[in-house]
Design a protein around this ligand. Structure first.
Ligand SMILES: *Cc1c(COP(=O)(O)O)cnc(C)c1O
Length: 368
């Protein structure tokens, strides 16, 4: 693609920091891991961060450490990345999908209570596209029904809700550092929490269930190899150093798009700013008007890709995926299905130029 959908932003200094690790004897479970975790915890504003090999691994360890298992149900959106539901299924629990609200494309708090049953154990709140969900209301519902809250902040590092960063509201929260996220470690993820006991449990599970008692090969639990290498952690430390300027740059790309798309009547732009929350821009997704169907959307995407412009379709709803057809039908998810069919993600990365933004918008304009 001449203009890709996303592109990592790695500086020469960051390349040097990674290369320096390779000149040390510590390539895993060393000082970079400790430094990355401490820096991340401080940045988010929590007591503990545990770095792991991916955002999916982070979600899985949360589900496992919170004791969510056979016979339990977990409320989550279907309009999200499939890893959210997969992590619940790894522990043989059942995803229960709830529709989204139009304003933020996150879980609609008005629909959550109807989905709660005696088997419900937790809610996974996803901050989709970097926009914080309605945390006050969702946490209130969770408290009332004694449910655990896992925040999936994989798309929202640095986003804020009423003055606090996302990731500080739930019992646990997860972040991801795949190359298309706001900051990257190549592959990687993290769990954050203020609960020392949960953090300890997750630290053990990340490393084959090994005790920290100092005893050699003492395993109290069946864990995993979900470790993150020193190489990845070194990159993460450097990326975190400039996260404020990265997020500011992404917000300014979003403002550029907003202006350049203003004359196009066939589509809806994402909300640029909220009074009570700060967006951490992950992707820039626009919605074709409801008179467009999935076929028209798909042909716009194909045509523009043929011209070298990388576009995405967020998301294929989880409940419609073949791997999830086994679930009994519960409630309809009309907004999830409708917005998923009409979404187009535009090229969005730190180093995109104003000329490239202009080109994307003028290629999109006659087609909508
Ligand atoms: C990216 C992402 C994840 C984790 O992805 P990995 O590729 O496993 O790092 C989880 N949930 C959401 C909502 C995501 O966008």
């Amino acid at each position: 693609m001449r203009i890709p959908l996303s592109a990592p932003d790695i500086t020469e200094e960051e390349i040097r920091a990674v290369a320096d690790v390779l000149r040390t004897p510590s390539l895993s479970l060393g000082p970079k891991l400790k430094e990355f975790e401490e820096t991340l915890a401080r940045y988010i504003g929590v007591s503990h961060a545990v770095a792991v090999s991916s955002g999916t691994a982070a979600l899985h360890l949360c589900v496992r450490a919170l004791g969510i298992s056979d016979g339990h149900e977990v409320i989550m959106p279907s309009f999200t990345f499939i890893a959210v539901a997969n992590a619940v299924r790894y522990e043989r629990a059942t995803p229960v999908f709830v529709d989204i609200e139009e304003r933020t494309f996150n879980l609609d708090p008005d629909l959550i209570e109807a989905a709660i049953t005696p088997r419900t154990r937790a809610i996974i709140v996803v901050h989709t596209f970097g926009v914080p969900a309605d945390l006050d209301r969702i946490i209130q519902i969770a408290r009332k029904h004694r449910l655990l809250v896992i925040e999936d902040a994989c798309e929202a590092i640095g986003a804020e809700y009423r003055g606090s960063k996302v990731g500080t509201f739930g019992d646990v929260a997860v972040f991801a550092f795949f190359p298309n996220k706001q900051i990257t470690t190549g592959e990687g993820g993290a769990v954050v929490t203020n609960d020392a006991e949960i953090a300890d449990k997750i630290r053990k599970l990340r490393n084959q269930g090994k005790d920290d008692s100092g005893a050699w090969l003492q395993h109290s639990d069946v864990g995993y190899n979900y470790r993150l290498s020193e190489i990845s952690c070194a990159l993460g430390i450097e990326q975190l150093k400039r996260i404020d300027s990265i997020l500011e740059r992404r917000a300014s790309v979003a403002r550029e798009y907003y202006q350049h798309l203003s004359g196009i009547t066939g589509l809806t732009r994402p909300t640029l700013a909220f009074s009570d929350r700060k967006v951490s821009w992950f992707v820039y997704v626009v919605w074709l008007n409801p008179n467009f169907g999935q076929l028209e959307r798909d042909s716009i995407v194909t045509e523009m890709q043929a011209h070298g412009i990388g576009l995405g379709r967020y998301f294929g709803p989880i409940h419609l995926q073949p791997a999830y057809r086994y679930l009994p039908f519960r409630t309809p998810l009309p907004l999830t299905e409708s917005v998923a069919q009409r979404s187009i993600a535009l090229p969005f990365f730190n180093r995109i130029s104003v000329e490239q933004i202009r080109e994307v918008c003028s290629a999109l304009s006659p087609r909508t």
